[in-house]
Write a protein that binds this ligand. Sequence first.
Ligand code: ADP
Ligand code: MG
Length: 257
Amino acid sequence: MTTPVTPMVEAVEVHKSFGRVEVLMGITLKVLPGEVMCLIGPSGSGKSTFLRCINHLEKINAGQLSVDGELVGYRRRGDRLHELPEREVAQQRTEIGMVFQRFNLFPHMTALENIVEAPIRVKGESKEAARTHARELLQKVGLADRSGAYPNQLSGGQQQRVAIARALAMRPKLMLFDEPTSALDPELVGDVLAVMRRLADDGMTMIVVTHEMGFAREVGDSLVFMDGGVVVESGNPREVIGNPQHERTRAFLSKVL
Ligand code: ADP
Ligand code: MG
């Protein structure tokens, strides 16, 4: 007998509105532990909003969203849902790493200081343990020799790799990437994608909003195409890319491929 696997992320009919504008109109999807889901879709389709809902930065209006079997922001008692206090929401959030298009490193801190900041402040790790871990992470992202550099002494691609190391320093069980390479000069994109690919090979569960279709095809276990707040099409990346079933998917792919 096999035990059922708890999905790392499960969304069921997730709705999100800003005022009267409904941005997510019933998103249903599942990401299993160790899987990489790539999320594509035109600007304004709700990709960032969906990631922000997973990371408790936005509250959903209807539906259910859970991470590793726990409802995001709520606790179920009997058949009623109770909102979690902010302290517990913050705790849930520490288990999810997020990397944005803009790296948002602290400019007055070195690469190493940026990485150890949250583990020390939020998790109460000792300085020594946090520094040791940070050095391992800098090694992992190919920046072992730049630990003392300030963000303005690093290229955009290097800053983004520090941002990835900073997210990993919290030992997240899930990593969310929101167009991590779209602000980078083209020649810097490859190094960042290589770091993400290694992370996937190490078994990290990831949701990646990206228009790097090569990455989606080679690293993604699934590909989701969103448009207008709904999932239009999803499946094996090679199949979705090679044989899209919907006109909207075809039209979008013809622009990014
Ligand atoms: P994507 O990441 O796919 O480009 P977004 O999730 O950023 O799309 O945005 C989806 C829609 O939601 C857009 O129309 C955007 O203007 C709107 N939106 C996003 N955040 C807010 C907000 N905080 N308040 C009002 N509207 C928002
Ligand atoms: Mg976005």
